[in-house]
Design a protein around this ligand. Structure first.
Ligand SMILES: Nc1ncnc2c1ncn2[C@@H]1O[C@H](COP(=O)(O)OP(=O)(O)OP(=O)(O)O)[C@@H](O)[C@H]1O
Length: 936
């Protein structure tokens, strides 16, 4: 270790130096306190070795100087202490060298590990290379430090060697001095007394011995130190060499690694360059993106600004709007109040609206007749058609194929005529307003009339498995019904129920019943019930939608079809009536209204050929004729607005009573087959329809028509008056008859009653004849009859014939009448006019307990029997021929030579009945339309 040089050390060393500078012999004089202070371990520790050695020399010199050679105890202690310090230092040096050695070893290990780290790093990244470089640098520094320390160690060695030499020299000097002292003593010795001499000698010997021991000790220590020093030097040299070698190896390795590291570094730099290039391009990209982004942000900022400004303006607008809205709301509130008042009147207005709507309907006429011409079917001769012309206002001109020219032409007029190309939708369009009336609490009756195969079912229902486009009136009407009820659901709650019955041979059967209830004959109430049900015992099923009704219709038709197999095509020989009952409840007032819709599929109207008329078929034919005739009577009576309407003449009219007359609306589709083979049937059908529709003139219509029509209407009114007067006469006659029958107690009650009926008939016929005479005879009927008369020559008048008939076949009741009517002979079928008689039979049936007798209906009815009217005409000339009648007569004069066949054709209809007034009007119309047609 280097000598202490710190200031305090220096201070202590300085003290020792001062002590060393003391004059010789002074060590002996040093006080004990001073010596003990010097002996303090830190003083000795910090004193330079030179000073310590000079202290030893000083003490030895002083002891030599002093003649007695005595060394004070305390100085001897100091000497010992100094020598101990020197020894300690030598051992410290040895320890230090050992530590150095350990340190170098530790460093070597450290370098080894660092080399390993460097090796690892050499294979690593540029960062690792950098670390390696740093490590190398550190190693170099360390190496440099070690070299410096080695130099210091060498210097220490030299110093120690020098100090040892000095010590050797001192010891040799001391030995010499001791010799000198010894000799001095020996010289001085003879002069001393013996005791002192002995003492001195002993003392000296002791000291010498002690010194020798000390010297030995020192020598030994020194030699040990020397050896140790040598060994250390050697070891150190070896280690140094080894370290040097290793350092060189490491250096080489490191250089190699350095090279590797450099190449790695170069690679890294190349990569860095690449990365830099990449990063450069990326940077540029990012720059561009940043630029774009910046511009985008600028744009956004701009739009945000715009948005802000627009939001501000919107806010302002909103405020303005709020203000305006507030004002408007206020005014709305006021308007709402007005509206609330208006809404309160809404129901009243609605009711008024409905009333007006129905008034319009009534003005159009509550009984409407639409004629529809069926297209030719495959297999029919399309070249010849009985339809010649269809006018836009309901005119229809039919031609008799067997009579070319005007003779074979006949014009009819109805509310509307649909040609063969008319679609189902077009047909329904004019039906729709009636359907709406049902929901307003009116009763509506829609039926189709015509011969079998003329298209009744097609019009009412549509073809089998019809598409929506082909749907018939039934489906469309029901659909409308439910749609309108749905649209009114806020104001009205509608409940709909359905009944379906069949009338066959004047018996009413339930088509929706189950099991035995189907077969049961149902009773019909002649007066309308409060619930509007004419057949209360028939099943009433509630329905919610058109499909429900259609399903029920399927069931009804199925039930009808079952019967058909056993009753020989009963479907076209019975009437089926589907009745839809509607009850509407006003949600506000709670009032209810009822309406019903009758959808009637009538039996075929064709006449039964005489040869076929036997048994059941005859019975069926009678019933069909009777019911259709009764229907015609009722409708005609209604159109005439007569006081009495003969509903009770058939089950059909009884069932439909609620939908015929009053405010009820009736629509009849007259179906015509254009085939020439069906001409006579078509003509009958058209005449029936004409009778039904001809007189009905709505107010609107009459306003439109000119003076002629007004004149005619006036004439009709006067005729009605006449008829009313005749009614009174008939009533009187009726009373007479009643009185007579009361007074009659004859056992031949049957015959007397018959007589009364006969009388009644007679009177009726008189009345009818009178009426006919007054209004002017139907020229056509007249001509037809005159044709017959001219042909038979000996034929009785119709009245006479009727009287005969009535006398020979008194009126029977129920089955008896039917039985008797079934006998062709009894019925007079041997006659050429058997068909007319069939009608008579039917009428005869009607007259039993009916309400027609003596009524306008029966009067009119009678007038519709041409042969009766004609007979009157042949006997009595018209008293007051009207202008129209005259016109008609003149226009028909041309038709007088019409063949008998034609007359028969015209008369074939079971219901070929016309009122005189109707005839007059229709004749006039016909002549007009014919004129038109001719012009055309
Ligand atoms: N307007 C029409 N367009 C096309 N075909 C029709 C039309 N009218 C009727 N037809 C067809 O004529 C045929 C007879 O019609 P439909 O069965 O309707 O007669 P109908 O009078 O109901 O007969 P029935 O009295 O026997 O029931 C059917 O094949 C029907 O499809």
């Amino acid at each position: 270790m280097s000598e202490p040089s710190t200031p305090p050390t220096h201070h202590v060393g300085h003290k020792f130096h001062e002590v060393f500078q003391l004059k010789q012999g002074r060590y002996y004089d040093l006080p004990a306190a001073k010596i003990s202070e010097m002996m303090k371990s830190n003083s000795l520790d910090n004193a330079p070795t030179q000073s310590l050695l000079s202290v030893v020399n000083g003490i030895l010199e002083e002891s030599i100087e002093r003649k007695n050679g005595e060394i004070p105890q305390r100085v001897a202690c100091l000497l010992r202490k100094v020598v101990q310090e020197i020894e300690r230092r030598i051992s410290t040096q040895a320890e230090h060298i050992r530590n150095q050695n350990n340190l170098i070893k530790a460093r070597e290990e450290k370098y080894q590990s660092r080399i390993r780290v460097l090796e690892t790093l050499a294979n690593g990244t540029p960062d690792e290379t950098q670390i390696v470089m740093n490590q190398l640098q550190l190693l170099k520094t360390e190496k440099h430090k070690i070299e410096e320390r080695s130099k210091v160690g060498e210097e220490d060695m030299v110093k120690l060697t020098k100090e040892k030499e000095k010590s050797d020299k001192i010891i040799s000097d001391l030995t010499q001095e001791l010799e000198t002292i010894k000799r001095t003593y020996e010289d001085q010795f003879p002069q001393m007394d013996t005791k002192t001499k002995e003492y001195q000698i002993e003392k000296l010997e002791y000291q010498i011995e002690k010194l020798a021991k000390e010297k030995e000790k020192s020598d030994k220590i020194i030699s040990e130190l020397k050896q140790e020093l040598e060994t250390t030097k050697r070891t150190y040299g070896d280690q140094f060499q080894q370290m040097d070698t290793k350092a060189k190896e490491y250096q080489i390795e490191l250089e190699e690694k350095l090279k590797d590291a450099e190449s790695v570094l170069a690679e890294s730099q190349r990569r860095i360059q690449e990365l830099e290039t990449d990063s450069e391009s990326n940077f540029q990209n990012w720059n561009q993106k940043e630029h774009v982004f910046q511009s985008f942000v600028d744009l956004q900022m701009q739009s945000v600004q715009e948005l802000r400004s627009s939001s501000n303006s919107i806010k302002k607008e909103v405020k303005v709007s709020q203000k305006r809205w507030f004002e408007e709301l206020n005014s709305f509130g006021q308007q709402l109040k007005v509206l609330t008042d208006a809404v309160e009147n809404y129901h009243a207005v609605l009711a008024e609206n409905r009333r007006l709507y129905n008034e319009v309907q009534e003005l159009k006429g509550n009984i409407r007749v639409y004629c529809r011409i069926r297209p030719f079917l495959p297999g029919e001769n399309r070249k010849q058609s009985t339809i010649d012309y269809i006018g836009e206002n309901g005119e229809l001109l039919v031609v008799n194929p067997s009579k070319p020219g005007k003779d074979g032409q006949r014009m009819f007029k109805f509310n509307k005529v649909f040609g063969s190309t008319a679609t189902q939708e077009q047909v329904f369009l004019d039906t729709r307003p009636l359907v709406r009336s049902v929901l307003d609490g009116y009763n509506v009756c829609i039926f189709a009339y015509g011969q079998t195969g003329s298209g009744k079912t097609y019009t009412m229902t549509g073809p089998e498995s019809a598409t929506e486009k082909e749907w018939g009136v039934n489906y469309r009407a029901l659909n409308d019904l439910f749609q309108i009820s749905l649209s009114r659901r806020d104001t009205y709650l509608y409940e709909v129920g359905v009944q379906m019955v069949e009338i066959y041979n004047e018996q009413v059967r339930d088509l929706l019943g189950h099991g035995s209830s189907q077969k049961k004959t149902l009773g019909v109430l002649t007066t309308s019930q409060p619930n509007g049900l004419a057949v209360p015992d028939a099943s009433m099923l509630p329905v919610k939608a058109t499909s429900d009704v259609l399903d029920l219709m399927q069931i009804g038709h199925g039930n009808r079809a079952v019967s058909a197999t056993t009753l020989n095509e009963r479907s076209s020989r019975s009437h089926s009536i589907l009745t839809v009952h509607v009850r509407g409840t006003d949600l506000k007032t709670g009032t209810t209204l009822r309406g019903s819709l009758h959808l009637v599929d009538l039996a075929g109207s064709e006449r039964v050929d005489r040869s076929e008329v036997t048994g059941d078929r005859l019975k069926e034919a009678q019933h069909i004729n009777k019911s259709l005739s009764a229907l015609g009577d009722v409708i005609f009576a209604l159109s005439q607005k007569t006081a009495h309407v003969p509903y009770r003449n058939s089950k059909l009219t009884q069932v439909l009573q609620s939908s015929l007359g009053g405010h009820a609306k009736t629509l009849m589709f007259v179906q015509i087959n254009p085939d020439t083979g069906s001409f006579s049937e078509s003509l009958s059908t058209l005449k029936f329809a004409e009778r039904v529709s001809g007189v009905e003139l709505g107010a609107a219509k009459s306003q439109k028509e000119g003076k002629d029509i007004r004149d005619l209407m006036e004439q009709v009114a006067s005729l009605k008056d006449t008829i009313a007067r005749k009614d009174e006469e008939i009533e009187q006659l009726q009373q007479t008859k009643d009185i007579r029958s009361k007074h009659s107690n004859s056992p031949l009650k049957h015959s007397s009653s018959t007589n009364s009926v006969v009388g009644q008939e007679r009177m009726s016929s008189v009345g009818r004849a009178m009426a006919a005479n007054k209004v002017g005879a139907d020229h056509e009927n007249w001509s037809e009859h005159s044709g017959e008369v001219s042909e038979s020559g000996s034929h009785q008048s119709a009245d006479d014939r009727r009287q005969q008939k009535e006398h020979s076949h008194p009126k029977l009741s129920g089955e008896a009448a039917e039985q008797s009517s079934a006998d062709p002979e009894l019925l007079g079928f041997g006659d050429a006019d058997s068909e007319e008689r069939l009608s008579d039979i039917s009428d005869g049936g009607l007259s039993m307990g009916t309400e027609t007798d003596g009524s306008i209906g029966s009067l009119v009815e009678y007038n519709l029997f041409p042969e009766q009217a004609k007979s009157s005409e042949t006997t009595k000339a018209p008293k007051t021929p009207t202008r129209v009648a005259a016109k008609a007569t003149s226009s028909r004069t041309a038709q007088v030579p019409a063949s008998r066949t034609r007359s028969r054709d015209m008369l074939k209809s079971p219901s070929l009945k016309k009122s005189t007034s109707q005839v007059a009007i229709s004749s006039s119309r016909t002549s007009k339309v014919v004129g038109k047609a001719q012009v055309k």
